[in-house]
Design a protein around this ligand. Structure first.
Ligand code: GAR
Length: 208
């Protein structure tokens, strides 16, 4: 059984896709042990509680320094003893200590086809603003392992999505979620839970 800790900052639609995937059996051998947020107002916390999942908030505002926040966050994560940490719309820069400790055990969903529209400053709606500004015709989403860089870790799954005429950042964000994110994040978790993903030479090998 793969024990998940899911880290969230906002609405939690990707968290909901994981909860539904487990309930419907498209994700097997997996349970969500806890959901952690940096944002006390995150609706994702309510989604977790509604499903009887432990929901915790560790906010930077509770601490005097970033270092103290990082330490408290890592302590909370360690107490959950997760096999896999899922960043599902978690908009916090991870402390290096956490990345090293959980090497090849943290995955992230990003709303573009990496390496486009990723890295520092590209998160949430800003990713789709960038895609529309550049005029790309195809965008999508990526699930990847997290390493020390920003959006640079081994890519597990990607799903393309067409840009349509008249798209706004909001309509494109919604389509990328529906057609890509809510499919590939549950799928990646199921593959990992069933031993079908290995990392070698900085690349993820996936047996689909
Ligand atoms: C999702 O679109 C996710 O890909 C993005 O934040 C949104 C969270 O939505 N993540 C990033 O931009 C990470 N760089 P949700 O809270 O409804 O799942």
């Amino acid at each position: 059984m793969l024990n998940l800790a899911v880290c969230v900052s906002g609405g939690g639609t990707n968290l909901q896709a994981i909860i539904d995937g487990i309930a419907q059996g498209s994700i097997t051998n997996t349970r969500i042990k806890a959901v952690i947020s940096n944002n006390p107002g995150a609706y994702a916390l309510e989604r977790a509680r509604d499903h009887g999942i432990e929901a915790a908030c560790i906010s930077p505002k509770q601490f005097e320094s970033r270092g103290q926040f990082n330490q408290a966050f890592l302590e909370k994560l360690d107490s959950i003893q997760p096999d896999l940490v899922v960043l599902a719309g978690f908009l916090v820069v991870l402390p290096e200590q956490m990345i090293q400790k959980y090497k090849d055990r943290i995955i992230n969903i990003h709303p573009s086809l990496i390496p486009s529209f990723c890295g520092k400053g590209y998160y949430g709606l800003k990713v789709h603003e960038g895609a529309l500004e550049r005029g790309v015709k195809v965008t999508g989403a990526t699930v990847h392992f997290v390493d020390e860089g920003t959006d640079t870790g081994p890519i597990i799954l990607q799903q393309p999505v067409m840009v349509e005429q008249g798209d706004t950042p909001e309509t494109l964000q919604r389509r990328v979620m529906e057609e890509a994110e809510w499919k590939i994040l549950p799928r990646a978790i199921d593959l990992i839970a069933n031993g079908k993903v290995q990392v070698a030479d900085g690349k993820a090998l996936v047996q689909e």
